[in-house]
Design a protein around this ligand. Structure first.
Ligand SMILES: Nc1ncnc2c1ncn2[C@@H]1O[C@H](COP(=O)(O)OP(=O)(O)OP(=O)(O)O)[C@@H](O)[C@H]1O
Ligand SMILES: [Mg+2]
Length: 271
């Protein structure tokens, strides 16, 4: 596989299906119904943004699709096959970049490629560099994590997630800790990346303008346990500008849907 091939045409994007999924956490102190029942079908290559009150169960939903958690009831399927655990077909990006501080940026990106047994070290390096170029980090391949800004770290995390060509990308408030200007640049980059690679994407955010800017579909969740309150299809042309009045208008609409959902006052815990 050439680096160009790796960065260009992606493996076929995944279809993600949740059918009647619930998640209950039982701890020594409480039983928490965190999710569902929730049914959601995410089409191949679709970019779905999840918004919902704090503590409603968004991260739980992503963790179920990633295979980090198992559903209490119902089924999570990727291309019809039940999710039995984490796999290289699904990559997750977190609020904090979760890069390995002991590896330089190139080695961080190449890390996930080690599972491609047929790739030589030289090929892995070439693919890592190609993805670093895609996220505009060329020249920083030998830098260590502490030498990067917050935005650069998130771009490196994006490159690391995309390099093994996952079929689905799960993003948990990936830009939440960044300043406004960096975020806006990343919206443009993420849209460009999505247009090129078409990974099926589930993206969690609290920022309604971000949701309007990125989504094919916005799913508004209820307060815990998260079920679907409403779904807004977004058919604005791409690439979208963060300051486009139509994006603002849609963000206002999403906010109105969100306001209809009470935020849990008990910090998200059952007594
Ligand atoms: N491992 C766990 N054990 C027990 N309870 C948990 C666990 N993980 C999550 N919860 C509970 O499940 C509920 C949903 O949590 P989750 O992290 O999914 O919310 P969220 O929508 O991502 O919130 P936020 O917007 O603040 O990130 C919360 O009440 C939380 O306390
Ligand atoms: Mg969360």
């Amino acid at each position: 596989m050439t680096a160009a091939a790796a960065a260009g045409s992606a493996a076929a994007p995944a279809r993600i299906t949740l059918s009647g999924v619930t998640k209950r956490f039982i701890t020594p102190r409480a039983s928490v119904d965190a999710l569902g029942p929730l049914t959601l079908d995410v089409a191949e290559g679709e970019f779905v943004v999840l918004v919902g009150p704090s503590g409603c169960g968004k991260t739980t939903l992503l963790n179920l699709v990633a295979g980090f958690e198992t559903a209490t009831d119902g089924e999570v399927r990727v291309d019809g096959a039940p999710v039995a655990g984490p796999g290289p077909d699904r990559a997750m990006i977190f609020q904090e970049s979760a890069l390995f501080p002991w590896l330089n940026i190139e080695d961080n990106v190449a890390f996930g490629l080690r599972q491609h047994a047929r790739m030589s070290a030289t090929e892995r390096r070439a693919v890592a560099l190609e993805y670093l170029r895609l996220v505009h980090l060329e020249g920083f391949e030998h830098a260590f994590v502490h030498e990067l800004s917050g935005g650069m770290k998130q771009r490196a995390a994006l490159a690391r997630a995309l390099a093994p060509r996952p079929r689905a990308l799960l993003c948990d408030e990936p830009f939440g800790s960044l300043d406004a200007l960096t975020r806006e640049r990343l919206y443009a980059e993420l849209q460009e990346l999505h247009a090129r690679t078409r990974r099926t994407t589930l993206f969690v955010t609290h920022n309604t303008r971000e949701a309007a800017c990125l989504a094919d579909r916005v799913v508004v969740l209820t307060s815990r346990p998260a079920t679907i309150a409403s779904v807004l299809a977004v058919d604005l042309p791409r690439p979208r500008n963060f300051y486009d009045p139509r994006v603002s208008e849609l963000a206002g609409e999403i906010l109105a849907h969100l306001r209809a959902e009470p935020t849990p006052s008990n910090g998200g815990r059952d007594a």
